[in-house]
Design a protein. Structure first.
Length: 202
């Protein structure tokens, strides 16, 4: 059995044939499963089984990134795409947790990658919503949610151990939302220059 050609792989990822759409649909389901894993990850014990799943996902995402870049044809142009850097950030968050570096907040970017991919809109409702106000609204909503959760994760990873009022991720999410909406957060204040900069960034 011969290996698939670049043209065949490109058709799978970027084509609109029936088998390409089936492949893209399967990958969307995988993406949704990965996002579900990311959501429950903070609430389950980080055992050897957890890390096995973590690294298996990292391996599959790495293979996906390599195949997409190879099939795209123009590597330099591919590297300039924001989705590549979002996926790379997610990949790094999967590789480093065993070594004690908390980059888990970057995993929310997977939702950004999913909703921005053309394949998602080719598959959903048979492509009915592609390039429509529905797609634009969905992208804007997901972008806002991703921003909020990434900022909440950033606050939590840096300040949870330093600010007594931040007892949980919910506290960090509360701080981020109240800062973003300028409603005021009262008893949660991030200390130091780094805290002020994070507040300004949000």
């Amino acid at each position: 059995m011969s290996l698939p050609t670049r043209a065949q792989v490109r058709e799978l990822y970027f084509g609109e044939s029936s088998y390409a759409l089936r492949f893209q649909a399967v990958w969307i389901i995988f993406d949704l499963a990965v996002i579900a894993f990311f959501i429950i990850a903070p609430f389950v014990p980080h055992t050897a089984v957890f890390y096995a799943f973590d690294y298996l996902i990292a391996l599959l995402l790495l293979a996906d990134m390599v195949l997409r870049a190879w099939s795209y044809g123009d590597i330099k142009r591919w590297l300039k795409r924001p989705l590549f850097w979002a996926d790379l950030a997610v990949l790094l968050s999967l590789i480093v947790p065993f070594y004690g570096i908390n980059l888990g907040f970057l995993r929310a970017l997977r939702a950004y990658s999913l909703i921005q991919e053309a394949a998602f809109w080719r598959v959903i409702a048979g492509g009915r919503y592609r390039d429509t106000p529905v797609a634009d609204t969905a992208k804007a909503a997901v972008n806002l949610l991703v921003f909020v959760f990434v900022m909440a994760g950033l606050v939590h990873s840096i300040f949870a151990a330093r600010v007594a009022a931040i007892d949980s991720y919910i506290d960090s999410l509360y701080f981020s939302v109240t800062t973003l909406t300028t409603t005021g957060f009262g008893y949660i204040v991030l200390p130091g220059v780094a805290g002020r900069l994070i507040s300004i960034l949000i």
